[in-house]
Design a protein around this ligand. Sequence first.
Ligand code: C2E
Ligand code: CA
Ligand code: CA
Ligand code: CA
Length: 284
Amino acid sequence: AKDLGRNSFQLYTPAMNARSFERLSMEASLRHAVTRGEFKLVYQVKVDLDTGRMSGVEALVRWHHPEMGLVSPVDFIPLAEDMGVISDIGEWVLREACKQCKHWHDLGLPPVRIAVNVSALQFKETRVPEVVASALRETGLPPQYLELELTETVLMQRVDEVVVVLKELRAMGIRISIDDFGTGYSSLSYLKRMPIDALKVDRSFVNDIFDENDKVTEEGAEIVSTIISLAHNLKLKAIAEGVETAAQALFLHSKGCDEVQGFLISRPVSGEDLISLFDRNLLP
Ligand code: C2E
Ligand code: CA
Ligand code: CA
Ligand code: CA
């Protein structure tokens, strides 16, 4: 029993035991997952809505646990943050993504940008410009092909310091986009001060453009249009994620959205499988 104070206590249920056991065993193995080579990256294309061509790719991490099998980043990224190992994982992801992107360039494929997710905690814990510089140096990827995806949580912490770091990154030639835009609490006055390149319209908003009968919803459509206009008024690109239907892509194009990403175009695939998606029209 766990003591919760003078007059109350709670019993651990078998379900809770199972859950904390799972967490403990996941913690033990997560600590060694990088050195044991258990992570790999998959890549999801971003498409330019005007040309239908691949404009970039986003790197997404996967953990192949020896016993549990494939563990979703949604489950282990928060754990990695709690355990203080997110920066190790993040640095591995950055290096691997740069290496893969340089490899595509070397194969003579049309050069695309690679986007890497950086967790808010990683951004706080490490000198990101130095980590980025060493990844670029080691892999030989030119900086204009690297993009970092940051969440609004990053922008909210110590604004002046964040602005300095973002300026440093952009001075190196790296692009910055704000991920899951609209789901956090960033204020518009902060946003205006941020040296960034793009807003990524969160999947939940894209999902709300149409109702279950495929009819445009007034509020859902208005929110997405507003985010796209906001991006453009701030001289930023608008990228929509989680695009699953042709109707969503058409709507987004009609509102001037620049790029889309989602199952409509492609699920995240291995670096090898991505090769077939270069150099052709990817829009339905
Ligand atoms: P995110 O950055 O918003 O990534 C998009 C997620 O949506 C990915 O899930 C992707 O597979 C999924 N997705 C893409 N298109 C569609 C679609 O059309 N429909 C639906 N329903 N889903 C779609 P994934 O790969 O499981 O990643 C989940 C989250 O984990 C990411 O959300 C990101 O926050 C985090 N994450 C993934 N890789 C990394 C990483 O290397 N570093 C860090 N710090 N976080 C990562
Ligand atoms: Ca992302
Ligand atoms: Ca996102
Ligand atoms: Ca999202």
